[in-house]
Design a protein around this ligand. Structure first.
Ligand code: SF4
Length: 188
């Protein structure tokens, strides 16, 4: 968000994440996004939390590993809605912040974005590598400065399950939602 503002790009945030579970985690992430958007006066569109549709589409993929077919479905669903909104509201370009995470497969995300934009001849998906040019380090720097909520799993109930299984297997506590924030002295 900061990088695009610094480049003089006018944009709108479209928050559509029906994958995030439970509701408390969804609200926390959304509120953090709104807080930052308001700080810079960036328009924020709060789309539906239609998690029933997300669970419907995830059927049969409950045990798919992260970066597998369930994630492709999850990205497709969110980009499809984003592209539809962009089409109906006259936005010629869409992109996503998803790829900044080092846990994500950038190609998988970009393929989904391109596929969604291809439904509308006037639209393009902007494939930009947000990790490059110090982007990843900058993300951590801003997170500490803003004391952002620090999500500890990707988002869906299955990623929460799998992260907790891994934590228990490695002798760590289960995730407690809503407690961890980036601290300036925290080197994570
Ligand atoms: S692990 Fe993340 S990207 Fe994959 S389905 Fe769950 S929320 Fe979506």
């Amino acid at each position: 968000m900061e990088a695009m503002l610094a480049s003089g790009i006018e944009y709108t945030i479209f928050f559509y994440n029906p994958n995030i579970h439970p509701l408390k985690e969804y609200e926390l992430r959304k509120e953090e996004n709104i807080r930052f958007a308001e700080k810079f006066g960036v328009p924020f569109v709060d789309a539906d939390y239609d998690r029933d549709n997300w669970f419907e589409r995830a059927k049969g993929m409950e045990w798919s590993p992260e970066r597998g077919e369930r994630c492709t479905m999850c990205f497709d669903m969110r980009f499809e809605r984003t592209a539809l909104y962009a089409h109906e509201n006259g936005f010629p370009v869409i992109t996503s912040s998803l790829g900044i995470s080092r846990w994500k497969d950038m190609k998988q995300i970009n393929d989904c974005g391109v596929r969604a934009a291809a439904n509308y001849p006037e639209m393009m998906y902007w494939e930009f590598n947000w990790r490059k040019g110090g982007g990843s380090a900058r993300m951590i720097e801003i997170s500490k400065r803003e004391r952002f909520y620090q999500q500890e799993y990707c988002g869906c109930i299955y990623s929460l399950r799998d992260t907790n299984r891994h934590r228990v297997a490695t002798g760590r506590e289960r995730i407690t939602i809503g407690v961890q924030y980036y601290e300036p002295e925290n080197n994570k």
